[in-house]
Design a binder for this molecule. Structure first.
Ligand code: ADP
Length: 156
């Protein structure tokens, strides 16, 4: 059975920290589905189409990475993708507490799905999509927080 992981998130936008997690997880899985979860209560800076486009461009040369979007429960989405693993990143103890709750809930919802955590690389542990959005909205520079391909797509 192949090892398929779903990496769920908002990716609004995808940052160099997210990208690093995917790169480091690649040797562990046969396929990683980077999946944009759509929450109707959340306001996004980038449209779903734009965020999917970012993912297409970023992983265009990586055959083991697919991208998708979903509504509803992440565990239900995992079923549709035949995924037995959820991939998440942890930057801090605050992330840990939050991620622990979500992982335990997901385990209750579907015991067949194992959540795998990768610790953020120290140089990226302060980077979040929300910080990038805040800087963008205030016309600051964000190149050091984004993969080069994503930054290029923002400036053109
Ligand atoms: P969500 O809205 O589900 O938190 P995000 O797009 O903000 O979605 O994050 C998706 C996942 O990536 C989460 O597990 C988050 O902890 C992780 N993550 C976000 N930024 C980083 C980073 N700089 N380094 C490592 N992991 C990160």
């Amino acid at each position: 059975m192949s090892r398929i992981a779903v990496f769920p998130g908002s990716f609004d936008p995808i940052t160099i920290g997210h990208y690093d997690i995917v790169q480091r997880a690649l040797p562990l899985f046969d396929k990683i589905v980077v999946a944009i979860g759509q929450n109707s209560n959340k306001k996004y800076l980038f449209s779903l189409e734009k965020r999917l486009h970012f993912l297409d461009r970023l992983f265009e040369d990586e055959p083991k990475v697919e991208r998708n979007a979903y509504k509803g429960l992440t565990t239900d989405f995992c079923k549709t993708e035949n995924a037995n693993y959820l991939l998440r990143g942890i930057r801090s103890s605050a992330d840990f507490e939050y991620e622990k709750t979500i992982a335990q809930l997901n385990k209750d919802l579907n015991p067949a799905i194992e959540t795998v955590f990768l610790m953020s690389a120290p140089q990226y542990s302060h980077i979040s999509s929300s910080i990038v959005r805040e800087i963008l909205l205030n016309n600051g520079k964000v190149h050091q927080f984004l993969p080069a391909k994503i930054h290029e797509m923002m400036v053109v």
